[in-house]
Design a protein around this ligand. Structure first.
Ligand SMILES: [Zn+2]
Length: 215
């Protein structure tokens, strides 16, 4: 199965993607990992990407697409893969469709985890971290034993400015605006599977599997 996973920050995409690739025995291909690997291996495209990244420039679509195509051609991806972080735009999605077509393949399903904004805001905005040991706490799901103090070392917990509710809402809005054209594309191709991401990890996993026709 050739899959793409989409989901806003806080939707539990990482957890669900990990469970799915384990169950299906397919590799999870994340754009960041693929780029880093190409750079480390010193492939021709990897070298080009490295010099761009080192000079602080954006790696252009054509180069990213080429590196992704190389990863899709690897034997480990022959029986399926789960793409994470790619495609991000409609032109990238069209390039992916074309490179899969050349190999006689296609995107079988695009899983879009959906969670209401206010649920995401409460999940993301209640976070506190320990400046000493980096432990993460949460105002509703994982409170420290003593108010605002780390269980491990007693350090005063801090919240990141990015986790303030209005900043979280802004991040989610930006994600929505960036992703809407992509979900529109996959809705038109018939591969979009919208999955309700509210509930326990197990409940959401069952919905993902049903959406893919696996259970
Ligand atoms: Zn600590």
């Amino acid at each position: 199965m050739n899959l793409i996973f989409l989901g806003p920050p806080g939707a539990g995409k990482g957890t669900q993607a990990q469970r799915l690739v384990q169950r299906l025995g397919i590799p999870q291909l994340s754009t960041g990992d693929i780029l880093r690997k190409a750079v480390a291996q010193g492939t021709e495209l990897g070298k080009q990407a490295k010099s761009l990244m080192e000079s602080g420039k954006l790696v252009p679509d054509a180069l990213v697409n080429g590196i992704i195509e190389g990863a899709l051609a690897e034997p480990s991806a022959a029986n399926g893969f789960l793409l994470d972080g790619f495609p991000r735009t409609v032109p990238q999605a069209e390039a992916l469709d074309a490179m899969l077509r050349r190999r006689g393949k296609r995107v079988d399903a695009v899983v879009a985890l959906e969670v209401p904004t206010e649920v995401l805001v409460s999940r993301l905005s209640g976070r506190f971290t320990c400046p000493k040991c980096s432990s993460i706490y949460h105002s509703t799901t994982r409170l420290p034993k003593a108010d605002r103090l780390c269980d491990n070392d007693g350090a005063a917990l801090v919240s990141r400015p990015d986790d303030a509710p209005d900043r979280v809402r802004q991040r989610l809005l930006e994600y929505e605006q960036k992703t809407a054209p992509l979900t529109g594309h996959y809705n038109r191709t018939g591969s979009l599977r919208r999955v309700d991401g509210v509930g326990s990890v197990e409940e959401v996993e069952q919905r993902v599997l049903r959406a893919l026709g696996i259970s």
